[in-house]
Design a protein around this ligand. Structure first.
Ligand SMILES: NC(=O)c1ccc[n+]([C@@H]2O[C@H](COP(=O)([O-])OP(=O)(O)OC[C@H]3O[C@@H](n4cnc5c(N)ncnc54)[C@H](OP(=O)(O)O)[C@@H]3O)[C@@H](O)[C@H]2O)c1
Ligand SMILES: [Zn+2]
Length: 338
């Protein structure tokens, strides 16, 4: 089978299509014919050599978390059947620790992520597959697992509801657009930022209520305050945006943090944190049940994930180049054609 592998950790030019042996399912596993696999900044960091997760001696490496396709073969004990249309929840958990027993599963002490979807076939844990209704295409489904599941889990943890004001720094990418759309589904209003006016126009058309064109944290702090006082901040940028989010969120409000695109360190105002009874919470991915709910919301027409472009497997490098150049709005999805 063909796979779009990372053969050098030098950015988009390091992707090559290679031949790999066809995978066989072990006990509890399924082999999926991959129709679509979305990419995430997580994959890009691996490709750029910015992640500690993959070393040069592990190359070629096949990344890709967000697999959607059709079950081709199953191992003993797998609870899916050949021909089932599915999307993968890329969570890998131990199944035995206190969080696996008591939930939520994404707190698992041995939590890790599936990689291997940027290929014609993927061997996965069968119990991580969510069946797709006929109305949800593979390309649509592939957009959901990482970006939408992460955004949805943060919104649920923050108990966002009708009338809330949600601030999303970086509202144009995978997690950003997902946050805006899902906050809208929950009846909340949104403030979003981007360095690009053209991209903000596209997100405004998807339901963003207040757009701030800037990537200067101080300018953003002032512009948010002019709009209102957010009840919740969904922060996937990290860095200086963490101090800004904490400053602007209301007394007793919450900031959920899931990323560090703009940096890993932020200086925060500690008295503002405690005198304002504010909460800062880390959050990673979501639960398989979150993904099942998202599939249901798409099937019932509540929202449709935003896909900027699809790329054939051979052009996976171009998909990463578009992400690196900050050109896209929403998700980039790699598709196979067989
Ligand atoms: N913890 C988890 O489970 C989890 C899950 C998913 C994602 N994440 C994290 O969330 C973040 C977003 O992931 P994604 O896949 O949605 O990425 P993405 O699609 O590439 O995000 C693009 C967004 O980030 C903004 N951006 C890019 N570089 C920036 C910079 N240097 N400074 C400020 N803004 C910048 C872009 O703003 P412009 O419009 O101005 O270009 C755009 O709004 C990443 O840090 C990722 O690791 C974490
Ligand atoms: Zn566990």
């Amino acid at each position: 089978m063909r796979a779009a592998a990372f053969t050098e950790l030098i950015g988009p030019d390091g992707v090559s299509v290679i031949d790999r042996p066809d995978p066989e399912p072990g006990p509890g596993e399924a082999v999926v014919d991959v129709d679509a696999c979305a990419i995430n900044r997580h994959d890009l960091w691996i490709l750029e050599g910015e992640s500690t997760m993959v070393d040069a001696d592990e190359l070629p490496f096949v990344s890709g978390l967000d697999v959607a396709g059709v079950v081709r073969a199953v191992g003993d004990g797998a609870d899916v059947d050949p021909g089932d249309r599915v999307v993968l929840c890329p969570n890998e958990t131990c199944g035995t620790c206190r969080f696996c027993r008591d939930g939520p599963e994404n707190l698992c002490e041995a939590f890790s992520l599936y990689h291997g979807g940027l290929a014609e076939r993927a061997v996965v844990a069968a119990d991580r597959l969510v069946r797709l209704p006929d109305s949800v295409t593979a390309t649509t489904a592939a957009a959901l697992p990482t970006a939408y599941m992460t955004a949805y889990h943060m919104l649920r943890r923050a108990d966002v509801g009708p009338g809330d004001l949600v601030f999303v720094p970086g509202a144009t990418g995978g997690v950003g657009v997902a946050s805006v759309q899902l906050a809208d589904v929950m009846g909340a209003r949104t403030i979003g930022t981007s360095s690009s006016a053209a991209k903000l126009d596209r997100v405004a058309a998807l339901g963003l209520d207040h757009a701030i064109e800037s990537d200067d944290p101080d300018e953003i702090r002032a512009a948010v305050s002019e709009v209102g006082t957010p009840d919740v901040v969904l922060n996937h940028l990290g860095g200086a945006y963490t101090a800004v989010g904490l400053d602007v969120v209301r007394r007793g409000g919450r900031m959920l943090v899931c990323g560090r695109t703009a940096g890993s360190v932020s200086e925060i105002d500690v008295p503002d944190l405690f005198l304002g009874h504010k909460r800062v919470e880390g959050s990673t991915m979501g639960t398989q049940r979150d993904l099942e709910r998202l599939v249901g919301l798409v099937a019932s027409g509540e929202f449709s994930p935003v896909i900027d472009a699809t790329y054939p497997l051979e052009e996976t490098g171009a998909a990463f180049a578009a992400m690196q150049a900050r050109e896209s709005v929403g998700k980039l999805v790699v598709t196979t054609d067989d």
